[in-house]
Design a protein around this ligand. Structure first.
Ligand code: ATP
Ligand code: MG
Length: 431
């Protein structure tokens, strides 16, 4: 096949007949996060490369290996966003959103770009839904965003997803912990992968996140951050857990979670499932109290999470979760002759104003082929408009399932009467 009719490796199309599945999931995310007071933020798909280098962290896999970076014609280095947080944080700073009051609460849907090895659940262009909250230290906020994620997963009908939480402390506890990690991993220098060796000095916690099987094995017995937390971090973690208990959210403490980005502090969490193979993390998040400062702002403790939409849809498939069918066409008007076409055009506009899906022939088919098409798209009602109907100014609307016919005048009352007719199909509705 010619190159131009093949999509780029690691990307996916969402075709018209599948998009309702995405919309179902997205609507639940939108509704649920709205109830917690989050409002959507939309930021550009590309940013200055430096923003991600700083905002995601120089020692991360994302920055070291996975970014789509290029020079523009103007000689600037720009990068396709590999995640949603850096852009949101940049927008917070650029528009001084703290002046509008704290906390700043934003949700986002983004496409992300990472040059990874494509496989099930791992794409080069993928999509995330996420939350960002800036300007709060409170453990209530940590528990609240975890609750949003849990509610979304619940409303999607998912089960067998476990919530794992950890605290990775603050720079103070981290200093002692990093030294303990250097001491521990230092004993395995000859067995560590090249990337880990280079990170051993700068950011030894990254070694806990390495995907290489041998390094994972070594990491199993590494010192645990939870043994190094300072009093404040320990108390914060205890409170987060207490609030989760209040909300009835079940979790496991997993001291090996460190998350992939550099600026996480205190709480980190993941929602993980075993039902879609190795790429089982559907949501990851936590606190990044140092991020805004790292980007040149004032100290502004922050937190958030991101969910991978492709992975969530995979889990829904794997668990056989049914998504309601998309709305079908309510009315198909078949036409014979030019006058009928014009009449149909007028009527359809009104029917659509009532919020119903309505179609007519736009490819010049004969009557039989039009009716076949109406059947194919699953139209609930059809109506044939010809010279007779126009002359009498009335026509029979046919219920495609039962064959039942109802005569309606083709005047200004048509759309309203038709919509009452369709409502009557819903047995719970009495006219
Ligand atoms: P992983 O450990 O699987 O590489 P990550 O730590 O890099 O994940 P984050 O940066 O936290 O992931 O992104 C949040 C979520 O986005 C992940 O939990 C996952 O659901 C999704 N995600 C991340 N990378 C990809 C990808 N390449 N393809 C599809 N989804 C992804
Ligand atoms: Mg990754």
């Amino acid at each position: 096949m010619a190159l131009i009719t093949k999509k780029i490796k690691g990307t996916e199309d969402v075709l018209p007949k599948q998009s309702y599945r995405w919309q179902f999931v997205e609507n639940i995310m939108r509704e649920e996060s709205k109830t917690y007071g989050f409002k959507e933020i939309r930021t550009p798909v590309f940013e200055h490369t430096e923003l991600f280098a700083r905002g995601v962290g120089q020692t991360t896999d994302v920055v070291q290996k996975e970014m789509y970076t290029f020079d523009t014609k103007g000689g600037e280095s720009v990068t396709l966003r590999p995640e949603g947080t850096a852009g949101a944080a940049r927008a917070v700073l650029e528009h001084s959103l703290e002046n509008e009051g704290l906390p700043i609460k934003a949700s986002y849907f983004v496409s992300c770009y990472r040059y990874e090895k494509p496989q099930a659940g791992r794409l080069r262009e993928f999509h995330q839904f996420g939350l960002e909250e800036y300007g709060t230290q409170s453990p209530v906020a940590d528990a609240e965003i975890i609750c949003v994620a849990q509610s979304i997963l619940d409303r999607l009908g998912l089960d067998k997803i476990r919530l794992e939480i950890n605290s990775i402390g603050c720079p103070e506890c981290r200093a002692k912990y990093n030294q303990a990690l250097r001491d521990y991993f230092g004993g395995f220098r000859d067995r560590l992968c090249g990337t880990c060796l280079s990170r051993l000095e700068k950011n030894p916690m990254r070694l806990l996140d390495c995907k290489s099987p041998e390094d994972r094995e070594i990491a199993k017995d590494a010192p645990k951050i939870t043994d190094y937390l300072c009093d404040e971090c320990e108390a914060h973690f205890a409170e987060v857990k207490a609030y989760l208990d209040c909300a009835g959210v079940k979790y496991e403490v997993n001291p090996t979670i460190v998350r992939g980005l550099d600026y996480y502090t205190k709480t980190v969490f993941e929602f993980v499932t075993d039902c879609i193979g190795a790429q089982g993390t559907v949501c990851g998040g936590g606190r990044y109290d140092g991020l805004i400062e790292e980007l040149g702002g004032k100290h502004m403790p922050s937190l958030g999470f991101a969910m991978g939409l492709e992975r969530l849809l995979m889990v829904m498939d794997a668990q056989g979760i049914e998504i309601p069918d998309p709305d079908a066409c309510s009315l198909y008007i078949a036409t014979m002759g030019d006058e009928a076409k014009r009449k149909a055009f007028t009527l359809l506009r009104r029917v659509r104003e009532c919020g119903l899906i309505a179609e007519t022939d736009v490819v010049g088919r004969g009557l039989r082929a039009q009716m076949k098409y109406a059947d194919k798209i699953g139209a609930k009602y059809s109506l044939v408009l010809g010279d007779n109907e126009i002359a009498e100014n009335k026509a029979k609307v046919k219920n495609m399932k039962t064959g039942e016919q109802t005569e309606l005048a083709l005047d200004d009352s048509f759309a309203e009467r038709f919509s009452v007719l369709t409502l009557a199909d819903d047995s719970s509705f009495e006219i």
